[in-house]
Design a protein around this ligand. Structure first.
Ligand code: ZN
Length: 110
């Protein structure tokens, strides 16, 4: 199978903002969150639990960048799982601060 896969859809189309090319990086024109980003701390069965950011409307690449920024500021591990940001440990205060700085409305749910 050496053939290239041809996508019928525009490869620069972004499912987060619905634009091609993606405008998620532009704070002025990117789509508004229809509802606040949900911030919670979920204790795991083992370990210290994770700080979770859900319902964020942002291009996956930018989510990765944001996660990286948070990880380096917090000095913790983390991942993007199912479109949600997960950071090891309870970092709700700093994560909320960073999200607000990025222009996201935040609602704490846990
Ligand atoms: Zn986008």
């Amino acid at each position: 199978m050496a053939d290239k896969v041809v996508y019928s859809t525009d490869p620069s189309y972004c499912t987060a903002c619905g634009k091609s090319p993606c405008v998620c990086a532009d704070k002025k024109v990117r789509p508004k969150q229809p509802e606040p980003v949900r911030l919670s701390f979920q204790r795991g069965a083992k370990g210290s639990g994770v700080t979770k950011v859900e319902r964020m409307i942002l291009h996956p690449t930018l989510k990765e960048q944001l996660l990286k920024k948070l990880k380096s500021r917090l000095g913790c591990g983390g991942t993007v799982r199912d479109g949600n940001l997960e950071l090891q440990g309870d970092h709700r205060d700093i994560v909320e601060e960073e999200l607000r700085r990025e222009g996201f409305p935040v609602r704490r749910i846990g």
